[in-house]
Ligand binder design. Structure first.
Ligand code: MOS
Length: 738
C-alpha cells in the first residue's frame, strides 16, 4: 500500500524532458549581465602588470575586475567547516597579485552578452614574474605529510603487530597501485546567477550540492549575516562531488554583480571545468597482505599518498575501506598528502572508497592467486562479522548474501581460474570480482509537513536534487509516512528559506533528509489524530490517539468499521486552512552503538583483444545491500551510474598535466574520455534488501556512491584473468597490455 519501495516514475520527469525545469543559468532575471573568467597562464608567480584596456574597450563590456579594482573581502575568519572545502584562502579571489596555480582566475569580464564577455576575456593580458613550481607528485613524495581527512579521521590507524603478522604468513604480497587525477564532468557546468538587493542582500541561483553550506560560506566571505544570503538550487545537472564545495566562480559572480550593480550570470566553461573546480587527486598506494594457507589474513598494510594543493589539504581517504572491510588482527594504514602547485582537488564519487577499493580489492585478487584459492572464498574466509577496527556490531550486513546471489547469477562457477585459458574466438575472456562498500552517513536535517484542507500535502526541506531523484524519493517517503497517494503529495526543495538539511554528498540525502521528512509527516499525522479525538464533531471523538491510524488521507479507528473521517473534512470543520509540523531529525545513540555500512559484490566479464590490447566490458552482475530501497527503479539507475563511473575509472579516465606549465591538457570530452553507450554492457543489479531497524528511522543506507566502489578492481581482476597481466596503474589502456 505504501509508496515507499515502489518503482514510481520521477515526479519531475515531465519538467525535465519538456525543459521547464530551471537550472542555475535558466532563471529569468531582469537586467542580467554575463561574466567570463580569464585565468593565469603560468604555473606559479606574481602578476607584474595586468592589461585590461582592450577588454574594457570591447563592445558591450560593462567592467573588467582584476586584483587592482575588485572589492576587498574581509580577512578570512570562519573556521574550516567539514563540508565545503576549499578553505577561505583559496576563495580570496582577485585580492592580490599572487598566482598559486595555472588557470587561477586573474580577471572576470562582465558584458551585456555571454559572447561579448567571452571575447573580451580573451583580450585580457598579463605579465608575470614566474616562479618555479612543482606538479610532479613522485618527486615530492618525501615531503608528504599526514593530516586528518574531511571527516576528522586521523591519518594513521594501527592495530596488532603487522610485522609479526607478515612473518607468520604463508603467502604475502607487496605491491603498489596508482590512480591518475580524474575530473568530474557533470552535464551541467558549474554556474551561478548572483542578484544583489542593495549592498548587503544577496541571492544566488547556484549549481550546488549544498545550498546551506554555500550560503554559510559565501556569507562569511563577504562578512554578511547568513540571513542576508539566500541560495536557490531547484535543479542541478549532476555534481559527483565537484559541486560539493564553493569555488572561486561563485565569489566572482557575486563580486561582479556588486561591481556593475546588475545581476550577473557566470557559467564555467567546459575547459575551465579542468582548471579551478576540483578533481580527484592522483593516488599512490602500497598494499602488503599476508595470509595463512587457509586464507586467513595475518596482516594488512595500506600506505596511501594523494596529491593536494598548497592552498588546502584535501585528503583522498583511500585507506578508509581497508580499516573496515576484513577481519584481521594486524593492520596498519596511513594516508599522506603531497602538496603541489595545482588547484585544490576535491571529493569525487566515493572519495577514498573508490580509489582505496581499487588497491585493496586488486591486492586481494593477487593474494588469491598466491594462495591458489578462489577469490570469493578468500573474501568469505575473512568476512568481518563485527566492524574490525572498533569491534562494534554492524547495524546490518548482508555481504555474504551479495557474494552468493551475484556469483550465482553471473555463473562464476563456469570460470576456469587459470589466467589466459578462456577464449571467445580470438578474444581472451576474463572474469573478475571485487567487494563493494560505502559507509552510511547521516547528518542533522529538518523538514516541514503540511496537510492542506484540499486533501493534499506539501512537504518542504531545503536540500537539493543533483540528479538521483530526490524530489521523487522524498515524495515517496512523505507519502508513505502520511499514508497518502503520491499524487496528493508535493515535495519542494532547493532553497535556504526552507528547513536546513545537509549537503547532497556522501550518499547521505535519503538517510538525513529522508528521516526528517518521515518524522515531520508522522508528526503532522499525530497532530491530526489529536485534533480528531478531541473534536466532538468527529466520528473519532473520544478515542485514544493510539487507536486511530491514518490511511489514504483518512483517519480511522483501528478495527472499527465506519468510524473514520477524511483529514480534509476534519480541517474544514475546524476552520483550518492547513495543519503543519516540523521535525528536526538527527542521529542518536544508535550511531555510537553500531557500525553502519553498505556492502556489495561486483562481477564482470571482459574481452581483451590479444593483438590490440583493447578491453571491452562484456557483462556485469552486481548485488548491493544498502538497507531499504525507496524506489527500485531509481536505485537501479544509481547503482548502474556508479558502475559506469567505475568503468570510466578502470579503462578511460585520466587527466594529463603538462609539467611545463602546470596545466591539464585534457580539457574537453574529446581528450578526457568518459564511457559512452558502447563502452557499457547490460548491467544487471540485484538488490539485497535489508530490514535494518538501527540505521535511521527509514532504514536506508544511501546508494549514490557504492556502485563505483570495487568496480575498477573487478575490471582489473578480470583483465588479469583474461591476459595474465596485472595492471596496477589506472586506467588500463591498451599500451599496458601489449
Ligand atoms: Mo559525493 S563525492 O560525496 O558528492
Amino acid at each position: 500500500m505504501s509508496a515507499f519501495g515502489k518503482p514510481v516514475d520521477r515526479v519531475d520527469g515531465r519538467a525535465k524532458v519538456t525543459g521547464s525545469a530551471q537550472y542555475a543559468v535558466e532563471f529569468p532575471v531582469a537586467g542580467l549581465a554575463h561574466a567570463v573568467i580569464a585565468g593565469a597562464s603560468i604555473g606559479r608567480g606574481r602578476i607584474r602588470r595586468i592589461d585590461a584596456r582592450a577588454a574594457e574597450r570591447s563592445e558591450g563590456v560593462l567592467a573588467v575586475l582584476t586584483h587592482e579594482n575588485a572589492m576587498r573581502l574581509p580577512a578570512p575568519s570562519a573556521p574550516r567547516s567539514p563540508e565545503m572545502r576549499p578553505i577561505e584562502r583559496a576563495l580570496q579571489v582577485l585580492q592580490d597579485a599572487e598566482v598559486h596555480y595555472s588557470g587561477q582566475p586573474i580577471a572576470v569580464v562582465v558584458a551585456d552578452t555571454i559572447e561579448r564577455a567571452a571575447h573580451a576575456a580573451s583580450l585580457v593580458t598579463a605579465e608575470y614574474d614566474s616562479q618555479p613550481f612543482v606538479t610532479d607528485m613522485e618527486a615530492e613524495l618525501s615531503s608528504a605529510v599526514g593530516v586528518p581527512d574531511v571527516a576528522g579521521e586521523p591519518p594513521e590507524h594501527a592495530r596488532g603487530d603487522v610485522d609479526r603478522g607478515l612473518a607468520a604468513a604463508h603467502a604475502t604480497i607487496d605491491v603498489t597501485y596508482t590512480t591518475p587525477p580524474e575530473h568530474h564532468n557533470p552535464m551541467e557546468m558549474h554556474a551561478t546567477t548572483a542578484v544583489w538587493e542593495g549592498p548587503d542582500r544577496l541571492t544566488l541561483h547556484d549549481a550546488t550540492q549544498g545550498v546551506f553550506p554555500t550560503r554559510d560560506r559565501v556569507a562569511s566571505l563577504f562578512g554578511l549575516p547568513v540571513e542576508n544570503v539566500r541560495v536557490v538550487a531547484k535543479f542541478v545537472g549532476g555534481g559527483f562531488g565537484s559541486k560539493g564545495s564553493v569555488w572561486s566562480h561563485v565569489m566572482l559572480a557575486a563580486m561582479a554583480a556588486r561591481h556593475v550593480s546588475r545581476p550577473v550570470r557566470l557559467m564555467v566553461t567546459r575547459a575551465q571545468m579542468f582548471s579551478f573546480v576540483g578533481f580527484r587527486p592522483r593516488t599512490i598506494q602500497r598494499v602488503q597482505l599476508g595470509a595463512k594457507r587457509s586464507g586467513a589474513l595475518t596482516a594488512i598494510v595500506h600506505e596511501a599518498f594523494s596529491q593536494t594543493s598548497r592552498l588546502d589539504d584535501f585528503v583522498e581517504p583511500s585507506t578508509a575501506p581497508t580499516k573496515a572491510l576484513y577481519k584481521c588482527e594486524n593492520v596498519r594504514t596511513s594516508q599522506r598528502v603531497v602538496r603541489l602547485d595545482t588547484s585544490t582537488p576535491t571529493f569525487m564519487r566515493a572519495p577514498g572508497e573508490s580509489t582505496g577499493t581499487f588497491a585493496l580489492e586488486s591486492a586481494m585478487d593477487e593474494l588469491s592467486y598466491a594462495l591458489g584459492m578462489d577469490p570469493i572464498e578468500l573474501r568469505r574466509k575473512n568476512h568481518a562479522d563485527v566492524e574490525p577496527s572498533t569491534g562494534k556490531r554492524w547495524s546490518s550486513k548482508s555481504l555474504e548474501e551479495c557474494y552468493r546471489r551475484a556469483s550465482e547469477r553471473f555463473h562464476w562457477s563456469r570460470r576456469d581460474p587459470v589466467p589466459r585459458t578462456m577464449r571467445d574466438g580470438r578474444l581472451l575472456v576474463g572474469l573478475g570480482m571485487a567487494t563493494a562498500t560505502y559507509p552510511m552517513h547521516r547528518r542533522p536535517a529538518s523538514a516541514i509537513a503540511r496537510l492542506a484542507v484540499d486533501g493534499t500535502a506539501l512537504v518542504l526541506a531545503g536540500s537539493q536534487d543533483i540528479g538521483p531523484g530526490t524530489y521523487t524519493s522524498m515524495t515517496q517517503v512523505a507519502a508513505g509516512a502520511l499514508s497518502m497517494p503520491v499524487r496528493h503529495v508535493r515535495f519542494e526543495l532547493g532553497d535556504t528559506e526552507m528547513p536546513p538539511t545537509p549537503i547532497s554528498g556522501g550518499s547521505m540525502t535519503a538517510a538525513s533528509t529522508g528521516s526528517a521528512v518521515h518524522e515531520a509527516c508522522r508528526s503532522v499525522i499525530r497532530a491530526a489524530i489529536d485534533l480528531a479525538v478531541q473534536d466532538s464533531g468527529s466520528p473519532l471523538f473520544g478515542l485514544s490517539r493510539d487507536d486511530v491510524i491514518a490511511k489514504d488521507g483518512h483517519l480511522r479507528a483501528k478495527g472499527l468499521r465506519g468510524r473514520n473521517e477524511a483529514i480534509a473534512t476534519l480541517l474544514r470543520r475546524n476552520g483550518l486552512p492547513f495543519l503543519e509540523a516540523r521535525a528536526d531529525s538527527a542521529p542518536g545513540a544508535e550511531a555510537e552503538a553500531y557500525a553502519m555500512r553498505s556492502f556489495g559484490a561486483q562481477f564482470c566479464e571482459v574481452r581483451v583483444d590479444p593483438d590490440l590490447g583493447t578491453v571491452r566490458v562484456a557483462r556485469w552482475v552486481a548485488a548491493f545491500a544498502t538497507g531499504r530501497i525507496i524506489n527500485p527503479k531509481m536505485a537501479r539507475s544509481q547503482f548502474r551510474g556508479g558502475i559506469v563511473f567505475g568503468i570510466g575509472m578502470a579503462l578511460l579516465e585520466k587527466s594529463v598535466m603538462d609539467p611545463r606549465n602546470g596545466r591539464f591538457v585534457t580539457r574537453d570530452l574529446g581528450s578526457y574520455h568518459v564511457p559512452v553507450n558502447l563502452d557499457v554492457p547490460e548491467i544487471e543489479v540485484l538488490s539485497v534488501e535489508e530490514d535494518d531497524p538501527h540505521v535511521n528511522p527509514i532504514g536506508v543506507k544511501g546508494i549514490g556512491e557504492i556502485g563505483i566502489t570495487g568496480a575498477a578492481a573487478a575490471i582489473a581482476n578480470a583483465v588479469y584473468h583474461a591476459t595474465g597481466k596485472r595492471v596496477r596503474d589506472l586506467p588500463i589502456t591498451l599500451d599496458k597490455l601489449l
